[in-house]
Ligand binder design. Structure first.
Ligand SMILES: [Fe+2]
Ligand SMILES: [Fe+2]
Length: 374
């Protein structure tokens, strides 16, 4: 038997199941010589019965990474590195430098007074602030001040730069980008600003002033870009919204109290390729398991708990990051009976939805909860 040609055979009506004979083998070699191949030798592999992810579920403990991230402060300057970032490497996605699926993530660190050069790229990005005072980002002339658990958009095609004010402290944040996706689509590009910095052309935090009011949009302001005109999402307002939501709703059996960050001009996702949400697990809450398409990177913004992903338990606490690969069973639990726990998440849902790939399934057995295998 020829393992190359026979390894994907399936004895199921409608699926490819051709035994390789010497005559066929010669034929396959003849096709290969013409840069071609017989579909039935690969059909079952390239069209799996259900979504397949190469990513593994991974938990990155902040406690374990923090010192290593801070160490980079003494090893490279932002000028040398461009961006001083330690990236999260999923063992199943090392070839494309992804943390999960087609999403990249890393932890960036900057000292007070440091500034990274202004640049622009095709990939879309967001930053979720972990610790430190004085961080700010400038996006197309908009300067945004940032505090812990705030996140800011640097959408594709915008000039942006990150810095920490002179009077600030060492700052660490999580970057989230769709670099692997953009590269998979062979569409990525990068440019550095000729002045290495850009002018701030709006009042500081103007985007929040105009667009951050709940249930209100500014009269007369037109916005037709593919990303949100609100560039910064602040923790205090988000947490307050989750608490108000929890008072009047039971939320989702799979996600507890969960809210999606939106573009206030459209109600849609914050960017064209990356979506984001914050969810709250109430004291003692344990959700039911489901699975769906899409890749998800979670960041514990508050509290502690665990998630069971494809039968494996991952215990997380504040600032730990973990991923849920596409089509992986997952459920979440709060570790505390008195405090809530909050999970920030960014994902590729806009892509899944726009391309018609979204699919979801509840875990039917065992009362909706996975047996824990590891
Ligand atoms: Fe960037
Ligand atoms: Fe989910």
């Amino acid at each position: 038997m020829d393992t190359d040609y026979d390894s994907h055979r399936e004895d199921v009506a409608g699926r490819a199941n051709v035994e390789t004979t010497p005559e066929l083998r010669a034929y396959y070699e003849e096709l290969a010589g013409a840069e071609a191949g017989a579909l039935w030798t690969v059909a079952n592999k390239i069209e799996p019965w259900e979504p397949v992810s190469a990513s593994l579920p991974v938990l990155w403990r902040y406690e374990a990474l923090r010192d290593k991230v801070l160490k980079s402060l003494d090893l490279v300057t932002p000028e040398q590195a461009g961006r001083r970032v330690i990236y999260l490497s999923n063992p199943g996605r090392r070839d494309v430098v992804a943390a999960v699926g087609w999403l990249y993530s890393g932890l960036q660190v900057m000292r007070a007074g440091e500034r990274a050069s202004a640049h622009i790229h095709t990939a879309s990005a967001l930053r979720f602030i972990i610790e430190g005072q004085g961080a700010y980002t400038v996006v197309d002339g908009h300067k945004m001040t940032l505090g812990p658990n705030d996140f800011v958009l640097t959408p594709n095609g915008t000039w942006h730069e990150h810095a920490v004010a002179e009077e600030g402290t060492d700052c660490i944040w999580q970057d989230g980008l769709d670099i692997p996706l953009t590269n998979a689509m062979e569409a990525n590009s990068y440019a550095v600003h000729e002045d290495l910095t850009q002018a701030v052309t709006y009042p500081v935090d103007a985007s929040s002033g105009v667009w951050a009011a709940p249930g209100l949009v500014p009269t007369g302001h037109r916005w037709n870009k593919g990303y949100s005109p609100l560039l910064k999402y602040q923790w205090e307002a988000t947490y307050e919204a989750l608490q108000r939501h929890a008072k009047v709703s039971d939320g989702s059996e799979f996600d507890g109290i969960m809210m999606t960050f939106v573009n206030p001009a459209t109600g849609g996702h914050v960017m064209q390729t990356i979506g984001a949400s914050m969810q709250m697990l109430r004291p003692g809450e344990r959700t039911k398991a489901h699975r769906h398409t899409g890749s998800f990177l979670y960041h514990c913004a508050k509290g502690a708990g665990h998630s069971i992903i494809n039968g494996k338990r991952f215990d997380w606490k504040e600032h730990d990051i973990f991923c849920v690969p596409s089509w992986a069973w997952h459920e979440h639990a709060n570790a505390s009976d008195t405090e809530d726990a909050c999970l920030f998440c960014f994902n590729d849902l806009p892509v899944m939805e726009k391309l018609g790939y979204w699919r979801e399934e509840a875990f039917g057995d065992n009362g909706g909860r996975q047996p824990v295998l590891a």
